[in-house]
Design a protein around this ligand. Structure first.
Ligand code: K2U
Ligand code: ZN
Length: 170
């Protein structure tokens, strides 16, 4: 079922998430719920802490138009990252309606476990590379605004806190 997405500022979005110990039916159900929540948002990525679960689990589908290509990553790790950088105007489902340029390595090699517990390894570039790094940051309690200067970060935090208050009041 659709989960509620936590809105910044929320202490749970700043926590270091725990590695997944065992891949249970409950974890598989959470991954399903995260994919449903992501598609509904709509978004191209979602990390477990964004739905209040402090576990190292992310889902992604960066395919624009074409058959969906959902990827579920348990305990993802960046194994290699390129020296080449890429700048993308990022947003975040936990910091609604705010965007800023973030520069990251253009290509990354990621290792993870799939929901069958099999180790996977893949190189990502383009929007997929940006997205997977954005999602893994979430597992380490890091938000895209943490790459900005203090003034811009503070402005975006204040706006997000206001939207959160207004939404709570509505
Ligand atoms: O983790 C999230 O909050 C979902 C993010 C993932 C993302 C952010 C920036 C760049 C790439 C991925 C987005 O809110 S999903 C919305 C979106 C859709 C298309 C392009 C960029 C962001
Ligand atoms: Zn995000």
């Amino acid at each position: 079922m659709k989960r509620n997405i936590l809105i910044h500022p929320d202490p749970r979005l700043k926590k270091l998430c725990d590695p997944v110990a065992d891949i249970s039916d409950e974890l598989r159900a959470l991954a399903d719920d995260m994919l449903e929540t992501m598609y509904d948002a709509p978004g191209i990525g979602l990390a477990a802490p964004q739905v209040g679960v402090l576990q190292r689990l992310i889902v992604m589908d960066c395919v624009k138009d074409g058959d969906p290509e959902p990827i579920v990553m348990v305990n993802p790790q960046v194994l290699l990252s390129s020296d080449d950088l890429n700048t993308y105007e990022e947003g975040c489902l936990s910091i609604p309606e705010q965007f800023a340029d973030v520069t990251r390595p253009a290509e990354v090699r990621v290792g993870w476990l799939d929901l069958e517990g099999n180790p996977q390894e893949k190189d990502f570039d383009g929007l997929w590379a940006t997205c997977v790094q954005h999602e893994i940051d979430h597992l380490n309690g890091k938000l895209f605004i943490d790459y900005l200067g203090p003034m811009k970060r503070q402005m975006m935090t204040r706006k997000s806190a206001k939207m959160k208050r207004d939404k709570a009041r509505a």
